[in-house]
Design a protein around this ligand. Structure first.
Ligand code: PMP
Length: 366
C-alpha cells in the first residue's frame, strides 16, 4: 500500500493521526455504521418530497433553526432556549470542547468508547485521558473518580448506551462522576431510544451536565442532525462557537417533519429492539463467540482467539467476502478480538447469521 507523504506544514499531532473512516467495501448487507436498518416508510417519504419542494435553496437557511428547535423542544418537553442543533452530534463534540476547555486542558472518557471524543480533544490541543472500562464494559468507578479528582478534566464524555460496547452505564457511578467533576460532563445518548432511558431530567439537578442527542440512529443519518440540550446559560456559551448556518435548509425541513410524524418511525425502532433480542439470543449460542448485552441498535461480540477459524480481523474479511459488512477494530488495545454488528432488517440479520454459521463451521472442519 502506498503511504501518503507527510505534509511539511502539518502540525505534529495531526501528522500522527489517521482520518476517521469506516472500512467501506461495497457489500450487499451493510451492518457496520449503527444506522437505523430500515428506510423511512413510503408515506413519510411522500410527505417529505412535498415539504422539500418548498425549501428555498437560493436562500441561506434560518441561522438559528428556530422552527426546528421549537419542534424538538415540543417533542422532548423542553424550551427551545435549552437546545442547539448541529451538523450531526459529532459537531457538538468539538463545539463543547471549544466552548469549555481552554487549551491545553484535560479531557476524560472511558475506553472503549466513541473514538471521536479522543480525536476532537487531540485536534484541539488537549490531553485526552482514557480510563479502561471493566471486563464486562462497566465504568470503573474508582479509577474514573480518581481521574476526575486528580486531573480535574475540563470536559468528560460518557456515552450511555456506550458505543461500541452497547451497554448502559451504572447510574450511580455516572452521578458520582457528574457530582465530583469540576468541569462539564457530556452525557451522549445517541442510542437512547434503544435503551429506553434519557438523562434529560438530570439537567434540572446538575448545572454541569449537557445531553447530546442525534437523529442519526432513528432513520435520519443522511440528514446529519444532532442536538445538544443543556441549561440556558451553558447553551448560550456553545452557541458562541457554533459556525454560521451549520444546519442546512433541507435538513431543517426534513427533520422537523419527521418529528411531527414520528408515529410512522416508532414501529421501526420497536422492530429493531425485537430483532436485537433474537440476534443476541442466537449469537449467545454460537461456539467461540461471546455476545455482550446491548441496549443499543448493535451488538458487540468477542471472537475467541483460540478458535481455529482465525481472529476477528480475518473473520471480518471473510464476512465481507460473503457480502456482509460489520465493524472491526484492528489494533485496538481492548477490541482487536471483537466485531460489532448493527441490527438490520430481518433478512439482513438472517444473511449475517447464515454467513457466520458457514464460517464458524468451516473453521471447525478445517
Ligand atoms: N455519539 C455516539 C456515541 C455515536 O456512536 C455517534 C455515531 N456513531 C455519534 C455520537 C455521532 O452521531 P452523528 O454525528 O451522526 O449525530
Amino acid at each position: 500500500m502506498q503511504r501518503t507523504p507527510i505534509c511539511r506544514y502539518a502540525r505534529p499531532r495531526i501528522a500522527a493521526m489517521s482520518a476517521y473512516s469506516l472500512k467501506q467495501r461495497p457489500c450487499r448487507v451493510r451492518l457496520n455504521a449503527n444506522e437505523l436498518g430500515y428506510p423511512l416508510p413510503e408515506e413519510l417519504r411522500e410527505l417529505l418530497m412535498e415539504r422539500l419542494r418548498r425549501v428555498e435553496l437560493h436562500r441561506y437557511p434560518d441561522p438559528e433553526a428556530s422552527e426546528l428547535r421549537e419542534t424538538l423542544a415540543r417533542f422532548h418537553d423542553l424550551e427551545s432556549s435549552n437546545i442547539l442543533v448541529g451538523n450531526g452530534s459529532d459537531e457538538f463534540i468539538t463545539l463543547v470542547l471549544a466552548a469549555f476547555a481552554e487549551p491545553p486542558a484535560r479531557v476524560l472518557a472511558p475506553i472503549p468508547t466513541f473514538s471521536v471524543y479522543h480525536m476532537a480533544a487531540t485536534i484541539l490541543g488537549h490531553e485526552a485521558l482514557e480510563v479502561p472500562l471493566t471486563k464486562d464494559w462497566h465504568l470503573d468507578a474508582e479509577r474514573m473518580l480518581d481521574a476526575v479528582r486528580r486531573y480535574r478534566p475540563a470536559v468528560t464524555f460518557l456515552s450511555s448506551p456506550n458505543n461500541p460496547t452497547g451497554n448502559l452505564f451504572d447510574e450511580a457511578v455516572m452521578r458520582a462522576i457528574v457530582t465530583e467533576s469540576p468541569g462539564i460532563v457530556v452525557l451522549d445518548e445517541a442510542y437512547g431510544v434503544y435503551g429506553a432511558r434519557t438523562y434529560l431530567p438530570w439537567l434540572d439537578e446538575y448545572p454541569n451536565v449537557l445531553v447530546l442527542k442525534t437523529m442519526s440512529k432513528v432513520g435520519l443519518a443522511g440528514t446529519r442532525l444532532g442536538f445538544l440540550v443543556g441549561r440556558r446559560e451553558a447553551i448560550h456559551e456553545v452557541n458562541k462557537v457554533r459556525p454560521p448556518y451549520n444546519v442546512n435548509a433541507m435538513t431543517q425541513a426534513v427533520v422537523g417533519l419527521v418529528l411531527e410524524r414520528y408515529e410512522l418511525v416508532a414501529p421501526l425502532i420497536a422492530a429493531v429492539i425485537e430483532e436485537r433480542r433474537r440476534l443476541s439470543a442466537w449469537l449467545g449460542k454460537q461456539p467461540g463467540v461471546t455476545a455482550f448485552p446491548s441496549d443499543a441498535n448493535f451488538i458487540l461480540f468477542r471472537v475467541h482467539p483460540d478458535a481455529t477459524w482465525g481472529d476477528a480481523v480475518r473473520l471480518h474479511e471473510a464476512l465481507m467476502d460473503r457480502e456482509v459488512l460489520l465493524r472491526a477494530f484492528p489494533g485496538h488495545p481492548l477490541l482487536h478480538d471483537c466485531l460489532r454488528v448493527t441490527i438490520g432488517q430481518p433478512q439482513e440479520n438472517a444473511a449475517f447469521r447464515e454467513a457466520l454459521t458457514v464460517l464458524l463451521a468451516s473453521g471447525r472442519e478445517g
